[in-house]
Design a protein around this ligand. Structure first.
Ligand code: FRU
Length: 489
């Protein structure tokens, strides 16, 4: 049976076979959500990059489509975006709207033999099914820069222009264009801001309402940073909240405390969907659920990597300022099969009220009152020898995932780890929403204020569940456990 291999995600997007990394070209068009992705069709490790392709109407069930973009005389196809060219500014569509992909062509510089990264276009006249390379490619190059990649483009209505944000080593650059073909340099951001633990990659710039108020918006600049051997976290994604005037991004906070989009180890290179307008003003996001530190080594056979769950991004004012909050897309609720429910139960050290539950693919929504417990949490994918712990340390006020005993961890020394992030309880209470699949756990804490996404590789037989408290008694306000159907069933 397809998609039943060991560790194959049952409700996360995976390529049918072979290697996948970054999500690319996400765009909503004519009733379909498109997802392209960095793809090496010739093997299960990173290699010559193509764009794989899938579409969905609910962001949960995906239909695989033939390869969208293949290497050509300008090189491999690195990461990039796709936009709806509503007014046919590009002239590719004889006056109608159509889809344009803007991506990095990567090859060797003919004179210096160093890597060269230039930006190119492709367009589709048939709902993204086939793509034509623009004969004027590349449309944007930079003589001085070796790292110059991952263009993300959006239409800035006040100036009636396209804006591109693109990664350039230790910063991002902004360009503007009337037609997607001719690009003019506008500004740069980041040399002095944020985390520089790795090379900057895959930026995105989006405008979001604050606290749901459409007339009060801030701009969010998302920047992924690459792995560096000396940083245990590997590759991760940061963001900045600020303003944008059509050519320049300014961060609200100076100096800037680093804001992490996800405090887990496996959410990288994520960006948002173009043209997926939502009534609530939120933006749809998806990330690559891996980490360059060990991405090529994870223990799957015929394919490698999954995407995170798609999430809705919004902005909320918190005690330390305006922050991103994330919520899994509502389409996932269709997968809920069986529900069990607990309410108002003490959580006593040594007693596990979930001891008769068993599941390998599930969702949990729960609210806990910490009481006198020093630590409280859930153990998942449990057996005699394995468990993944999602816990809250009440005195340190940190949420953690401990995957040191989560299953197969030996493929890289940094994988078997425990990592944590600050999270304040609200009036002594903690809310957790968890999604557990065959090879991952995603935690949305306190209504998505803090998110942790981690891969795990437990034995298929490790399906035990435990709700635990240490050092004192906690109280379960409520817990709902949903068995989740596979998207393949
Ligand atoms: C991020 C990244 C991008 C690049 C792509 C190559 O993971 O390194 O910067 O375009 O992957 O596959």
């Amino acid at each position: 049976t397809p998609y039943l291999e060991k560790y194959r995600s049952q409700f996360h997007f995976t390529p049918p076979a072979n290697w996948m990394n970054d999500p690319n070209g996400m765009v909503y068009w004519d009733g379909e959500y498109h997802l392209f992705y960095q793809y090496h069709p010739g093997g299960t490790t990173w290699g010559p990059m193509h764009w794989g392709h899938a579409v969905s109407t609910d962001l949960t069930h995906w239909e695989h489509l033939p390869m969208a973009l293949k290497p050509d005389r300008h090189g491999q196809i690195f990461s990039g975006c796709a936009v709806v060219d509503w007014e046919d500014s590009s002239g590719f569509f004889a006056g109608s709207p159509g889809l344009v992909a803007v991506f990095t062509h990567a090859d060797q510089h003919p004179d210096t033999d160093r890597p060269r990264q230039r930006q190119s276009l492709a367009y589709s006249l048939d709902k993204g099914r086939t793509w034509t390379m623009y004969d004027g490619n590349p449309v944007l190059s930079h003589e001085q820069l070796t790292d110059f990649r991952d263009p993300k483009v959006f239409w800035y209505a006040p100036n009636r222009t396209w804006v591109m944000v693109i990664a350039a080593g230790d910063r991002v650059l902004f360009y503007t264009s009337p037609d997607l073909k001719a690009w003019a340099y506008a500004s740069e951001f980041g040399a002095e801001e944020g985390s520089h633990d790795g090379v900057w990659e895959c930026p995105d710039l989006i405008e979001l309402p604050v606290d749901g108020q459409a007339d009060r918006t801030r701009w969010v600049l998302i920047v992924s940073i690459g792995d560096r051997p000396e940083c245990p976290e590997g590759s991760r994604t940061q963001y900045f909240v600020g303003s944008f005037d059509g050519s320049r991004f300014t961060s609200d906070a100076q100096p800037e405390a680093v804001l992490w989009l996800d405090h887990g180890r496996d959410n990288y290179a994520g960006v948002t969907w173009s043209d997926a307008n939502r009534a609530d003003g939120g933006r749809l996001f998806i990330g690559w659920m891996s980490n360059w530190k060990y991405a090529n080594l994870t223990p799957t056979d015929s394919w490698r990597s999954a995407m995170t769950l798609p999430r809705v991004m919004s902005l909320k004012t918190g005690p330390s300022g305006v922050r991103l909050v994330q919520e899994p897309v509502s389409g996932l609720q269709k997968l809920r099969r069986e529900e069990r429910q607990w309410e108002n139960v003490p959580v006593t050290p040594g007693i596990n009220i979930l001891s008769s539950e068993k599941s390998g693919t599930f969702e949990i929504e729960c609210e806990l009152e910490l009481g006198s417990a020093t630590e409280v949490g859930l153990k998942l994918r449990q057996s005699e020898s394995e468990e993944t712990v999602v816990g809250y340390n009440a005195s340190a006020q940190t949420l953690f995932i401990d995957r040191t005993r989560s299953g197969e961890t030996g493929f890289h020394a940094a994988f078997g780890c425990r990592h944590e992030a600050p999270l304040e309880a609200r009036e002594g209470r903690l809310k957790l929403r968890l999604f557990v699949d065959h090879a991952s756990v995603e935690v949305f804490a306190n209504d998505g204020e803090l998110v942790m996404t981690d891969q795990i590789f437990p034995d298929p037989g490790s399906t035990g569940l435990e709700l635990y408290a240490l050092g004192g008694e906690a109280r379960l306000i409520s817990l709902r456990l949903y068995e989740l159907n596979s998207v393949y069933s």
